[in-house]
Write a protein that binds this ligand. Structure first.
Ligand code: BGC
Length: 839
């Protein structure tokens, strides 16, 4: 290869320019001192203490070992906030926008600030290790945790993930980059065997992990539930010991995904350091016994313990070892940062002059999610913010009272949903005699206590029943439906009347996650009056929960307000739209559509929302649709509306950020981190259900835009697309073997930020490579009429392939076109680069 010796993975924007050699030498000396402290601590531990340290002591922590001055290491999800060790709103957390949104900012420096805020939150909650970021890829839009991963592109994922990890670690808190590797869908996730050829594995699925290990040196990693090519990732000696640790030099701690470690010898020899959660794990006593029986070599255990102690030393949990960070970054304002990231993440995919709204216009705001915002995705990524700004809240604060009208239009869900709006509930825990043991507050009527995550003063030994009790104040008069989600016995009472008294048995669906995320069941109705509070109680005596491998109590009180005729609701919304200057419709997915634990069945907006948009657009040509979804949805009406703004799951300040952007105080800054298909059938991968336990990644390298390029299919909106409120001219591209310099001019009338994107396209490729790949990007800002230069490094990897024959990377000589522009398909400038090489 010619003089292409730029950094392998680029990432010019995330590293602090202040990193001098002097500092590096000091860091190295500290690292060595820490390593000595770790070795000294390890040398004093006996086998039982060592094996105990490798096993969770409860849901979220490892045991303390006071004899060596080791504190209990505490971990917590992750990725948009820090929930802490309890699944409760009693200890709220800042909720940032979801990972797809963070990636849509295309700004690793902003991701780094997000990381710093999360470290600050972690410290506040006594958490040492954040169970994040998720850097699996958007292989298929059906993936249930799509919202929780960054992008379809490994390079963008690696850059955002690098920024995030650096930020968390700047605050002296560890991360577990997850889920290593290929946990790209949820169906049968504990067992699925993902069959992936080596080249695809290296160039696509391992690539973000490799980049983050190289550029951010993470202190932890989490291995995935699934298998890769016949071996579960919890025991994958080759990928963990040989690739991650051997080739890439990862020196952090490897934590299992929750309950994924199933075999003592397989796991420890496969490179797994910590089995979570506890107390019942395959490590601890079982591991000590395996060593004593001569089945496992004690040096293997020592290696794992060393990794845990190193992590503890880095986060400051080991006495005598200087933590990696001794001076914390300046504190950040969580609400302000959540709002900034949200507006920087919104992707304006279509704008026929409707946005920003001009002053003095009246607005009809429409949609259930405009009032009851969906700000985060479901599953372990859930946190409890202390407030949520809905679009209705945001616009109410920003517009004069007589300029805003609201209509629900259509509800995305005709199912009962967790008892949130209008409910004030608490969980009362009692013993067998009916004495109160303790109480917990309960947002959304959901009891989700796992492991020791019980209210103060309550233990499984004494806990006999839980009563979810409090009041409900309806916001509409009519028939309100109430119900339950979960297994076991329930007595449901509303306004003094017993609506249900019975037992819900486990059905054919033997997955305990079904109880957690599963279908809500209607149990009865009550006629209620708007504004008049009633008493509500859901009584649940415990069954065998405490005897389960992981004790837990999971059930919910669910509710649905009076059902109105859907046609009437849509007609009312259309009427409101007609009476206003601009109609803003917020459409959304629900927690039954996008969540951990299952994949999506289709990409349709649930309920009558498509009909709603069509009716509103017919009533008012100035209709703006805001799409509140963590991953792609079909938008069959997209060419018939004036503007479409993707707001993702925007975090707690979403509504405030939306008002900023709609009214033009700020421009929407996002670019698509993933191709938005016109219809599911066009997506490169539409099958996420394993056959005979196997899921074949047959498409190889051709996921996302690579596949659209090859098939010649036009998506709804291409990778990298997103409009701001100003316009840009691309004036010049200068290329050196290491980098590209691009001059752009803000040709509009307001300041703006442009994400300059660089794609590498091999000419006359004979190596089976995709037509183009993202190789770099940079964000630049300029005032009206100003020019600004973006400098983008050319990563060596953009010119290499993984050679399955040699088992290594090979640079491919030849001619490459360099495309720079506003998106994958909006190329503004091109140049040619000739690369010499070894082939
Ligand atoms: C998820 C992980 C998460 C862990 C702990 C697992 O089910 O896959 O991402 O960190 O639970 O909540």
């Amino acid at each position: 290869m010619s003089a292409l010796h730029a950094r392998r993975h680029g990432g010019t924007t995330v590293t602090d320019p202040t990193g001098t050699r002097h500092e590096e030498a000091r860091d190295e000396a500290r690292e060595e001192a820490r390593e000595r402290a770790v070795a000294a601590a390890l040398a004093t531990l006996d086998l039982d203490a060592k094996t105990r340290l490798l096993a969770g002591q409860d849901m979220w922590s490892l045991p303390a070992l006071p004899e060596i001055g080791l504190k209990s290491l505490v971990m917590s999800d992750g990725p948009i906030g820090v929930r802490g060790v309890r699944w409760t709103a009693d200890d709220p957390s800042v909720a940032l926008p979801s990972p797809t949104a963070l990636a849509a900012t295309w700004d690793p420096a902003l991701a780094r600030r997000a990381g710093r805020l999360l470290a600050q939150e972690a410290r506040r909650k006594g958490v040492h290790v954040l169970l994040a970021p998720t850097v699996n890829l958007h292989r298929s839009p059906l993936g249930g945790r799509h919202f929780e991963a960054y992008s379809e592109d490994p390079y963008l994922t690696g850059e955002i993930g690098t920024g995030y990890v650096l930020g968390v670690q700047d605050g002296g808190v560890g991360t577990t980059v997850k889920h290593f590797v290929a946990n790209d869908a949820e169906t049968d996730r504990f067992t699925v065997d993902n069959r992936i050829d080596d080249r695809t594995l290296r160039e696509i699925y391992l690539a973000p992990f490799e980049a983050i290990v190289e550029n951010a040196r993470p202190w932890g990693i989490m291995t995935a539930y699934n298998q890769v090519n016949g071996r579960t990732m919890t025991e994958h000696h080759h990928l963990v010991n040989e690739v991650l640790r051997g080739e890439w030099g990862f020196d952090g701690c490897n934590v299992s995904d929750w309950m994924a470690a199933r075999d003592t010898k397989g796991a420890v020899e496969g490179g797994l350091d910590v089995a979570m959660p506890g107390p019942r794990t395959v490590y601890g006593e079982a591991l000590a016994a395996a060593v004593r029986a001569g089945e496992v070599d004690e040096t293997v255990v020592d290696g794992a313990v060393r990794n845990v102690l190193r992590l503890a030393a880095r986060v400051g949990a080991l006495d005598g070892a200087e933590p990696a960070v001794t001076e914390l970054p300046a504190p950040l304002d969580g609400d302000a940062l959540a709002r900034e990231i949200a507006r920087r993440s919104f992707v304006l995919v279509r704008n026929q002059g409707a946005l920003p709204l001009t002053r003095g216009r009246t607005v009809a705001l429409i949609g259930a999610a405009a009032r009851d915002a969906r700000v985060l995705g479901g599953g372990s990524a859930q946190v409890f913010p202390d407030h949520i700004v809905s679009p209705l809240d945001g616009l109410t604060a920003a517009l004069p009272a007589d300029a805003l009208a609201y209509a629900v239009g259509a509800d995305p869900s005709d199912e009962l949903t967790p008892a949130g709006q209008g409910f004030t509930l608490r969980a009362v825990c009692r013993d067998a005699e009916g004495n109160v043991l303790g109480e917990g507050s309960l947002p959304g009527g959901q009891v989700q206590w796992i492991g020791d995550d019980l209210p103060e003063g309550v233990t499984y030994d004494t806990l006999h029943s839980i009563e979810v009790t409090g009041t409900f104040t309806p916001r509409e008069s009519g028939e309100h439906a109430f119900g339950t989600r979960g297994l076991g016995a329930f007595t449901l009472t509303v306004a003094g009347e017993i609506l249900y008294d019975g037992v819900q048995e486990m059905g054919d669906e033997a997955d305990p996650f079904e109880a957690f995320f599963g279908a809500p069941l209607e149990r009865g109705k009550a006629a209620l009056t708007e504004g008049v509070p009633v008493e509500v109680s859901l009584f649940h005596p415990l069954g065998q929960e405490h005897a389960a491998p992981l004790p837990g109590v999971m059930f919910s009180l669910v509710h649905l307000g009076p059902r109105r005729d859907p046609d009437e609701l849509i007609a009312e919304a259309a009427e409101a739209a007609r009476a206003a200057d601009t109609a803003i419709v917020v459409v959304a997915t629900t927690e039954r559509v996008e969540s951990e634990g299952f994949d999506r069945a289709d990409l349709k907006l649930p309920g009558r929302q498509d009909d709603l948009v069509r009716a509103v657009a017919a009533a008012n040509p100035d209709t703006v649709v805001v799409v509140n979804a963590g991953s792609p949805v079909e938008m069959p009406w997209r060419d018939d509306v004036a503007a479409v703004l993707l707001s993702w799951f925007p975090g707690q300040e979403g509504g405030a950020a939306l008002a900023d952007v709609l009214l033009g105080a700020e421009e929407p800054g996002g670019r698509l981190p993933t191709t938005w298909p016109a219809a599911l059938a066009d997506a490169p991968v539409t099958e996420v259900t394993p056959v005979n336990g196997e899921l074949h990644y047959r498409e190889g390298l051709f996921t996302g835009y690579r596949a659209y390029d090859r098939a010649g299919t036009t998506p709804a909106y291409p990778f990298g697309h997103g409009l701001g409120y100003t316009t840009w001219a691309y004036e010049a591209l200068e290329l050196s073997p290491e980098s590209a310099t691009i001059r752009v001019r803000n040709t509009g009338s307001r300041p703006g930020r442009e994400t300059v994107q660089l794609y590498v396209a091999p000419v006359d490729d004979r190596m089976g490579r995709p037509a183009r790949r993202l190789a770099g990007f940079a964000g630049v800002e300029a005032g009206p009429g100003e020019t600004v230069e973006a400098e983008i490094g050319l990563p060596r990897r953009a010119f290499e392939i993984w050679d399955e024959k040699t088992g290594g990377w090979t640079a491919i000589s030849g001619t490459y076109e360099i495309h720079v522009g506003r998106s994958l398909t909006d190329t503004r400038l091109r140049a040619t680069l000739t690369v010499g090489g070894t082939d």
